[in-house]
Design a protein around this ligand. Structure first.
Ligand code: BMX
Ligand code: ZN
Length: 326
């Protein structure tokens, strides 16, 4: 039987999103279910299996027709051994994920970090089509990155390349990151950080209409801060200006290092749209030396809500050496 399908699994702390695609990258079936991390490793693995059976059945596909299965997950993973080293959202440490999936489905199974996979998703099916070298940045709960060079993910010696969220951006910062370091860019400009900074400033007595927009300051998020800014709130504007400035300067530094063809930004904070993209461009124009890398296009992600699934499918394409589409 000819092999014509690929499965992509996006394994997160809250949901498992699984899709079946063809070799053109069209999604033929998608199944999304809650992860239920409290079920433990075996329980979650069973749930992943069930989503794979579901998409095969939905699309009328047979296991024999599968090229392979790609899986992506946040945090450090080892694509070579197929182990998830640490997944704080799942409470997992050293889980042989690839082995556990391959036991049920006897096809090649590949594992990758979520942001690296997203970079491949953009390269194959999104805003990265037509280029060989790109930097993908997700600005969401954390800040993650994926570096594609010559059409392949650059993984690094310890599979840590692209962990840009933990680049130390403010050496004097008193804020400790989840990784243990102080002043990581993630503590200054991720969605979580932006909300935390606004909350702390309000708690320390600064005036802001945000206070009346929520019942509890724990509800403050980037969307609410952006709404407050639109209504003229000074604190909201200042918080967003600072985050955009930090991100812009950070991207300028990355362009100095990498000089890629394109920078693609995804993740929840990218939904700020032109407020984010125009702001970043402005910071780059004003601060970066007058070199050609200054004009690198910085564009929004195009894979939308299916970024993880498409990334995992792109991972299979990359891994089996399938020649690039488009
Ligand atoms: C963190 C790191 C990255 C991840 C990025 C985006 C962990 C658990 N995560 O910097 O591996 O790519 O966040 O993750 O170490 P997200 O959850 O915000 O999408
Ligand atoms: Zn960090």
């Amino acid at each position: 039987m000819s092999r014509k399908y690929v499965v992509g699994v996006d394994l997160g702390g809250t949901k498992i999103a699984t899709g079946l695609g063809n070799m053109e990258g069209d999604l033929l079936a998608v199944r999304i279910i809650p992860t239920q991390a409290s079920l433990g490793v075996d329980g979650v693995i069973e749930r992943i299996h069930s989503t794979i059976y579901d998409v095969l059945e939905k699309a009328g596909a047979d296991i024999d027709e599968l090229y392979g299965i790609g899986i992506c997950s946040p945090g450090p993973v080892n694509p070579k051994t197929g182990m998830i080293a640490l997944a704080p959202n799942l409470g997992w440490e050293n889980v042989p994920l690839v082995q556990l999936i391959a036991k049920e489905f006897p096809v090649p199974v590949f594992l990758e970090n979520d942001a690296n996979a997203a970079a491949l998703g953009e390269l194959w099916f999104g805003a990265g089509r037509g280029v060989e070298n790109l930097l993908y940045i997700t600005v969401s709960t954390g800040i993650g990155g994926g570096i594609v060079l010559g059409g392949k993910i650059y993984r690094g010696r310890n599979f840590m390349a692209g962990e840009i969220g933990h680049a130390i951006f403010d050496a004097n910062s008193p804020v400790q990151c989840g990784c243990g370091q102080y002043g990581c860019i993630e503590t200054l400009a991720s969605g979580t950080a932006i909300a935390r900074i606004a909350r702390e400033r309000i708690q320390s007595g600064e005036e802001s209409m945000i206070r009346s927009m929520v019942d509890n300051l724990d509800e403050v998020d980037v969307r609410i801060i952006a709404q407050a800014e639109e209504k003229g709130d000074k604190l909201a504007k200042d918080v967003l200006d600072n985050a955009v400035r930090n991100l812009g300067l950070f991207i300028a530094s990355l362009l100095n290092i990498l000089d890629v063809d394109r920078v693609i930004i995804g993740g929840g904070v990218s939904k700020l749209g032109s407020r984010l993209f125009d702001g970043i461009n402005d910071v780059i124009v004003k601060n970066m030396a007058d070199i050609p890398a200054k004009n690198t296009p910085i564009v929004p992600s195009q894979t939308g809500d299916n970024v993880g699934i498409l990334g995992a499918i792109g991972l299979v394409f990359e891994s089996i050496g399938y020649s690039r589409v488009g």
